[in-house]
Design a binder for this molecule. Structure first.
Ligand SMILES: Nc1ncnc2c1ncn2[C@@H]1O[C@H](COP(=O)(O)OP(=O)(O)OP(=O)(O)O)[C@@H](O)[C@H]1O
Ligand SMILES: [Mg+2]
Length: 362
């Protein structure tokens, strides 16, 4: 475990009243990695983060930080720092005093701590506001001070709970870039909790998707986006069309599913699935992988009833109804296909076998 900063082995948390908040959480996080924990409200993200920081006991399992078993150690003996979901700054301390706080607690003299505080303020672009009080700062500036306060002690691992949650859209975009840059400059391992898939996918080296206390999938952003493993991940990550059918046959690496008179062809991508002939299976196809003009090697064809078009800049998403209340989204560049559908019109939709992703049952 030489270069692993954080290792969780079968970590479980059950609260009084038998609330299972985290079940069998396993993760290996390398030094300097930016990891995002992504999932809906109540799935156990904050609880997991608090267990890593030592603010919550584990019910069972082990936690290792930089190679050392810290499962039973208090927060003060763990090399972590946490930025909370609601990042309250000390209202009666200036920006400088907020940032220097943990160094002061450690007993560093003003002389010792001054340089590190000024360096940190420079890094977050707040040197000129060092004497301001939190109430006189914008939301984004407060967020930066909270970040600086958490980073000043140079922890091995920074735990961030929804650090951008309270910011509006454009500020969040800007802070995302800044956070990533700071993380790279300091080379500190970041574990960030979020329920925004956009935040997770755009910032993290590794994404852990959770639902209902369990890990659904761990992978790079690309893996999560392009190869969701489960139905939950495919639905949560969005932009995916979900289909199901009965497995009819396999020929080479292609699995053939049937739903009523419709056949689907899906090329398996390496990981062996537990999907046997005759069983029900789900698969997903991203909206941007579907087309309304047939091209070579597009094995799949369905017919949908045109409902509406959603405009997103130069992309357009046409929505079709395929079967009762089953909507299929097809995202294409505006100029890619000449089309002028009328509501209710039957339209053929195509995609290659390679763009379908078979999903595990859970
Ligand atoms: N101290 C506690 N006592 C009992 N149950 C708790 C406690 N803390 C959390 N829970 C429960 O554990 C589950 C996970 O909570 P947690 O705060 O980890 O979720 P989360 O993924 O961070 O959600 P959110 O996105 O809303 O912040 C929830 O069902 C929650 O109600
Ligand atoms: Mg939370």
């Amino acid at each position: 475990m030489a270069d692993l900063d954080v290792v969780l082995v079968d970590v479980c948390k059950t609260f009084a009243g038998d609330t299972k908040a985290v079940i069998d959480f396993n993760a290996e996080i390398e030094h300097g990695e930016f990891v995002a924990m992504l999932g809906p409200s109540g799935c156990g993200k904050t609880t997991t983060l608090r267990m890593i920081g030592g603010l919550e006991d584990v019910t069972s399992g082990q936690i290792y930080l930089t190679g050392k078993n810290v499962t039973d150690l208090p927060p003060s003996e763990r090399d972590t720092s946490m930025m909370f979901q609601s990042f309250a700054l000390f209202p009666h301390r200036s920006v400088f005093q907020n940032v220097e706080f943990s160094l002061k607690m450690r007993g560093q003299s003003l002389n010792e701590r001054q340089q590190s505080v000024w360096d940190m303020l420079a890094m977050i672009g707040m040197s000129e506001l060092a004497t301001r009080y939190p109430r006189d700062l914008s939301g984004g500036q407060q967020q930066r001070v909270a970040l600086a306060r958490a980073l000043i002690s140079r922890p091995a691992v920074l735990l961030l709970d929804e650090p951008l949650g309270s910011l509006d859209f454009s500020l969040r975009q800007a802070m995302m870039v800044e956070l990533k840059k700071i993380q790279q400059e300091l080379g500190i391992t970041f574990i960030m909790v979020t329920h925004s898939q956009q935040e997770a996918l755009s910032m993290a080296d590794k994404v852990i998707v959770m639902s209902d206390a369990i890990i659904q999938q761990t992978g790079t952003s690309r893996e999560i986006y392009e190869r969701p493993k489960t139905k939950f991940v495919a639905e949560f990550i969005g932009n995916n069309n979900l289909f199901s059918g009965t497995v009819r046959s396999r020929s080479g690496s292609v699995v053939i599913l049937q739903r009523d008179d419709q056949l689907f062809y899906i090329a398996e991508h390496g990981f062996s699935s537990d999907i046997g002939i005759g069983s029900e299976a789900f698969f997903s196809v991203r909206a941007d992988k579907m087309h309304t003009n047939r091209q070579e090697d597009m094995a799949n064809q369905i017919t949908g009833k045109y409902i509406a078009t959603e405009y997103i800049g130069s992309l357009e998403t046409d929505v079709f109804e395929f079967g009762n209340n089953h909507f299929v989204h097809v995202e294409q560049h505006r100029d890619a296909v000449k089309r002028n559908y009328t509501v209710g019109q039957q339209v053929d939709i195509y995609w290659p076998a390679g763009d379908g992703v078979l999903l595990a049952k859970s």
